[in-house]
Design a protein around this ligand. Sequence first.
Ligand code: J9Q
Length: 450
Amino acid sequence: MRFDIVSVFPEFFAVLDLSLIGKARERGILDIAVHDLRDWTDDPHRSVDDTPFGGGAGMVMRPDVWGAALDDTLGDDGVLAVPTPSGTPLTQRMCEDLAAAGHIVLACGRYEGIDARVADHYEESGVRVVRYSLGDYVLNGGEVAAVALVEAVGRLVPGLVGNPESLVEESHGAAGLLEYPVYTRPARWRGLDVPAVLTSGDHGKVARWRRDRALEVTAGRRPDMIEALPAEGLDRGDRRALAGLGYLVPAGAAHPLPASAREAAASDVPGLADLAARTFPDACPPGMREEDMRAFVESHLSREDFSRYVDDPGCLTMALAVGGRILGYALACLPPDGAVAGAERGAPVQAVVDGRPRSGPLVELSKFYLDRRLRGTGAAALLWEATRSRLEEWAAPWPEAYVWLGTNAANERAQRAYRRLGFRFQGQRTFRVGDQDNRDAVFARPIRMA
Ligand code: J9Q
């Protein structure tokens, strides 16, 4: 691999004699030539710049001097790489692509930049031109950015990095995630302990912990990278971790989507009613008649109904938005005097959970629905925790407040989900839809748990 670097500060590139890059040059793996741009001037002052046409501050680098330098260095195989703050942000992908070229010429500008015709001219003559930036901040010239490119591209040349495994495993590689945090001895330093899982000897747990931390760090610092993760590369553990970080992967989605559960607003009403109409039949027993279900939706789950729920201070309406669409909702009825909600619907007034009898109010969780595409994604825990947290605020005066719900006795999947959320079976009730009595299982749990 050959690099030609053209700059008015050739001494700057002494750093490329050091470390792995320096070793690779000694071993003949990298051939790096540094040139002084002034060697292509023909005036006694060796001037490389001039004032800008159109006026303005600073100086512009002359096209004639750059043309002479690049004609001599590009040859018939050079790719022209131009560091500039107006270039494309340099990525690992671009570096991998450049590593496939055998010869790169770096044109380091100073002052206000190089006359724009230079890069345009070489591009028009069929030279591959890559204008790149290191990020949205301003340097005094392209030299630092040139060193960065030589190191990032150079280390991809076979034989340069001693352990090729470290090329595969690292940031921005196959995983598409930032690195998990790393630790070494001592196990305790300034009162800070190394996470216990790393000294447990359980390799499976270590791998899971590292993957969870990588997802967490990436979600916090680079949410754009989370939203670019291909869904097919995410296992159950990844999906659970992502749900805890506010990202869900609905069935059929190509990537994780940002998810948030919040109190519903008037503008959510159409989305809530649409979702309610398509999810209500999911929770019904198999024998139920179409028209009874339709009538129930029309009389309890219309837009007008949701408008009332959203405005009613005795109702808590929660919406789960996933990628901006409402894919889940919960409706809780708050008893007016801190007593019992839904007594006429079979509320378990004597509810006991794990030996703790209810002594505060009994809230009814009358609706808790998710779009089918969210089954098994961790969405239920996300929606429930947001709902629970609102209920906890509401029930602050009553530390032993409970919440109850009824769900179809034949719906094992729903009952398993409620058990996972801390609800415990209390008994049965009958629930009428149309002219049919349905068996419901009744569950309850404290709003607050130890
Ligand atoms: C050449 N500011 O800044 C950020 N990435 C590249 C640059 C840059 C600059 C001036 C000249 C490159």
